[in-house]
Design a protein. Sequence first.
Length: 445
Amino acid sequence: MTEYFEVDAEKDLKSMDTFLEDWKYYEFLKNLALNNKSIVGYRDHKYTVQKNTEIDLGMEKYKNIHYNIELPIENEQYLSNKLIVFFMPADRMISTQAKLRMFGNSPWESLASSIAKNTYILRIADSNLISGSYYQNTINFLNYETSIQQLIQNTAYKYNISSGNIVMYGNSRGGTGALYHGLLGNYKVVAIDPVIDRRAWVEVKDVQHMFDLVDYNFAPKINRLLEKTTLSPEKIKILCSDTAFITYPFVKQLNLSKINLLNLNLTIPHVVDPFTSHAALIGKTVPFQLSLINQFLYEEDISIEKSLILFNVDDWDVLLPWTSPYFTMHFKDYGIEVIRNSKLLGKDNIWLNFMIKSRMIFNKKYTIEIITDESTLSLENSLFIHSENKYKNIDLKRTNENGEVVWKSKFTADYSFEFLGLNAEAVARNNSIIIRSIKIFCEDR
């Protein structure tokens, strides 16, 4: 149900500042918060009031958590699926629109074009109290944190994202949320100048409309979480600057042995007020922020190579395979990994072809030997020799010789075949084959 609160025209600032200029209005606002209500609009000295459970921010909703999900720009699967959970800054607290106060005015819409492929972005509004609560529980919303954690888990499950591929990100208020919920869920953290002590925002006026319902200093609570987290310090990156007086001294109250605190030597040319350096650190370091985010996003798909290749493709009797839209290939130290990907069959070429180095001779007897690893369950009915629309299925039989898995077939060539091919129709999707060697022997030579 929508209600209206009318104020004296002479005291009306036509913004949320109206409630900070009169004690009675401020008490009214606090009572709204305690009763799970907020200001959602304004017109002609009347402020529109709705229950938080009824507020519509034009976003998706889960247990009174307002959010939106941005899908990857491209559908193709380049990397393992990833997720950035974006906690929003408090940059429009003066607005009478609930969405601008809870979700902010800086959603970083271009973020998707500058991050790793296959990354989903979950943006979460701070939809508690009047204008948010730094994404933390309050007396009126006791399961707020749990609901946020469940939303993250549900999103990861829906899009098949492992916990190692999830990054919490935010700046200012959002930086606090990213740090707090990263520690709660043991997710990697990129927090840009987080607010650890919010007194700078209440010393003159309670511009964030949190009253005494939210802690003024979060350091004790965060330090307790740091003691419990399974994250290494390298997975908790906090960017700050000793020029940002309203945030830096309080970030230093955290257990520095448990985090990776990055102090940027930043010069601020024009300092207007104590908040200028805080805003400059956030606004002038976007490339660095992206580097921190992308480092976390890519690291699950990167390995440091230290071992030598243990097989020689020059000894194979076929050339390395040509590309196919239905197969993904990896050159491993121990062989060629061929994966039948999840792509459904269409009009594309279904063959993954290995060109035979010496074209087969008609009516000659041949033996094909393919060495694989133990994980290759079956090559039966999936391998063919072919040339110029002539196809012959190779009936491979599995044997174990000297500790190796060897697939063998003996046959007489009824055509001068030039390709050995895997058929996408005959290999189960997402099935992996590790090939260590392919040898072809002509018995009549």
